[in-house]
Design a protein around this ligand. Structure first.
Ligand SMILES: Cc1cc2nc3c(=O)[nH]c(=O)nc-3n(C[C@H](O)[C@H](O)[C@H](O)COP(=O)(O)O)c2cc1C
Length: 387
């Protein structure tokens, strides 16, 4: 492939000849401000907000600024190939769409629009258990696009088994188990507005459409939403688990399993000892533990400890191509992007997600090339310096 991802740049300039400019900014660091102008305060706070004072949201961004790329010259980087394979899933670049729940609060098409945009670009999407559309609807919109399923592990084994079998049947190939959100953090932006989508029955489409969940209700969620919501709360919040329960998931999922939310090197080692296939080094975009360490700051030690045994993925704070280059150089095999595409969805539905992802991939392609690399595999610690 000949730097095709960067060609979005040519497309934009050519459209400029017809007096057209992009539908919204190409700068990933400015999307939040742009989306604030579109969204109601409740949904905006839900997406942009973090835990407590927002210290970890800020720390995630600041950590990227402490690393600088050292460009190399005359490396014949004209022809590039960013494509990669993670746990058997092929992708055009080491970039995936992070699981983001309740997407219908920012756009009525929600996850369906994201699924269509992801499929059009061949970029893997990870569907959240807190989605506002069902597993089957999202799979249909995603067509033959690559897709993984993110589990919030329910307190009810029958519901867990049922959800896993639906995900498998709908073509989701890898299971991502999110560990850091077994109960909601003190999220001040949401608390100040008393705004929580789930207790309004938004973000509950997967359990509400699940036969095992419905079997525990006298009346269906359509007939009696309040009772269904009251059952949803203890099934999905206050649900912390232990390492010795992981074999249960292995028993009911025959594809790769990735643990999301790892921040300590010992937890990364335990994931490997437990026979897991990968981890996402993530602090949930600073949404769970206020004052927690920046996700990028723990990436190098974790990648050094388990990178030879586990697929090491990374998220929290990725906004630009340079951010991706830095995370890859520090040991990530691929990155997940969260808020940026949620803002794209808010600003332009399916086309908005496509614009955000194409911009990010083009920026990545050009930054990688101009710093002297032809493939992501050529990046290493030597590609960076501490600022
Ligand atoms: C609005 C919103 C909803 C999210 N919902 C989920 C979710 O349902 N499951 C999950 O594992 N992570 C969820 N996340 C966390 C993302 O998967 C990811 O870890 C995080 O957004 C990465 O940080 P970034 O937003 O700075 O890119 C959510 C994040 C946001 C912003």
């Amino acid at each position: 492939m000949t730097g095709h991802l960067g060609s979005y740049q040519n497309e934009i300039y050519l459209q400029g000849l017809a007096d057209q400019v992009p539908m919204f900014t190409t700068d990933g660091t400015r999307l939040e401000d742009a989306a604030q102008g579109t969204l109601e305060p409740g949904p905006f706070g839900y997406v942009a907000g973090g835990a407590g004072s927002g210290a970890t949201v800020r720390a995630n961004r600041e950590a990227f600024d402490r690393w600088r790329i050292v460009p190399r010259m005359l490396t014949d980087a004209t022809t590039r190939d960013l494509s990669t394979t993670v746990l058997g899933t092929q992708m055009p670049a080491p970039v995936m769409l992070a699981p983001v729940g309740v997407q219908s609060i920012v756009h009525p098409d929600g996850e369906l629009a994201t699924a269509r945009a992801a499929a059009a670009l061949g970029v893997p999407m990870i569907l959240s258990t807190a989605a506002s559309h069902t597993i089957e609807e999202v799979a249909e919109s995603n067509g033959d696009g690559p897709r993984w399923y993110q589990l919030y592990w329910p307190n009810d084994n029958d519901v867990t088994i049922s959800i896993l079998s639906r995900a498998k049947a709908a073509g989701f190939t890898t299971l991502v188990l999110t560990l850091d959100t077994w109960t909601l953090a003190w999220r001040t932006a949401d608390l100040d507005q008393a705004y929580l989508p789930f207790i309004r029955g938004v973000g509950t489409a997967i359990p509400f459409s699940d036969p095992a969940f419905r079997a525990g209700l006298e009346k269906s969620p359509e007939e009696d939403p309040q009772t269904a919501i009251l059952k949803w709360i203890p099934t999905f919040t206050g649900t912390d688990k232990r390492w010795d329960q992981l074999p249960f998931l292995r028993e009911h999922w025959d594809g790769p399993i990735v643990l999301k939310g790892i921040q300590h090197v010992d937890d990364a080692r335990r994931a490997s000892d437990a026979g897991m296939d990968g981890i996402v080094v993530s602090n949930h975009g600073g949404r769970q533990v206020d004052g927690a360490v920046a996700s990028l700051d723990v990436l190098p030690e974790i990648a050094a400890a388990v990178g030879d045994r586990l697929a090491v993925l990374f998220d929290s704070g990725v906004r630009t191509g340079a951010d991706i280059v830095k995370a890859l150089a520090l040991g990530a095999q691929a990155v997940l992007v969260g808020r940026p595409y949620a803002y794209g969805l808010a600003l332009g539905g399916e086309a908005g997600v496509r614009h955000v992802v194409r911009s990010l991939l083009a920026d990545l392609d050009l930054t990688l090339a101009l710093s002297g690399h032809r493939t992501p595999a050529e990046l290493s610690g030597d590609s960076l310096r501490r600022a």
